[in-house]
Design a protein around this ligand. Structure first.
Ligand SMILES: [Zn+2]
Length: 184
């Protein structure tokens, strides 16, 4: 399992509902947690590993406390709190880019867990923020969209670099062994 990076097209697509929670899904979820921890992330959505499914994992307590692990399947927001908070975010699929995003500080979420059971839960602060960031991923929305004009300008140079790297990967994958050698 590998991370996909901006501007991979899967990051801009609406992910498909997950209607079957089987052994394969549970195995992938385990791999997603390991990948998330190895990248020091607090959340990871299925499209970020090239999987078009409405599922994300998170652990706002960090890898040292596995009791914070949560799996959100087919998640949605039932209601949002009125208070907005603007805080810095980053994204494992867009390395180096950071920016402040204004989001409701609390929300009422509905989701299924790995057993398929449906839950309603109020989420606050970091839990609420991570939920919204990851839910955006399932809707093909990157946090870049929420940045202000200055932050967007600052991000541009890094985004161009990532676009170049993506194009190079595509070119070498498409041409197989007869392709241009990769620059070292
Ligand atoms: Zn992200």
């Amino acid at each position: 399992m590998q991370l996909v990076y901006y501007p991979d097209p899967i990051l801009l697509k609406t992910a498909k509902p997950l209607d079957r929670i089987d052994a394969e899904v549970r195995e992938r979820v385990g791999e997603m947690f390991e990948l998330m921890y190895s990248e020091s992330g607090v959340g990871l959505a299925a499209p970020q590993v090239g999987w078009s499914a409405r599922l994300f994992v998170c652990n706002c307590l960090g890898h040292e406390d596995r009791s914070g692990e949560k799996v959100f399947i087919n998640p949605r927001i039932i209601d949002k709190g009125e208070e907005y908070v603007c805080e810095e975010e980053g994204c494992l699929s867009i390395p180096e880019v950071k920016g402040k995003v204004n989001r409701p500080d609390s929300l009422l979420a509905e989701y299924q867990d790995l057993s398929g059971e449906l839950y309603r839960e109020e989420l606050f602060e970091l839990d609420s923020r991570v939920f919204q960031h990851e839910l955006d991923h399932l809707n093909g929305v990157l946090f870049l969209r929420h940045l202000n004009t200055t932050e967007k300008l600052l991000a541009k140079k890094i985004l161009r670099e990532l676009e170049k790297e993506h194009a190079e990967r595509e070119a070498s994958a498409g041409k197989g062994s007869g392709g241009r050698p990769r620059k070292s």
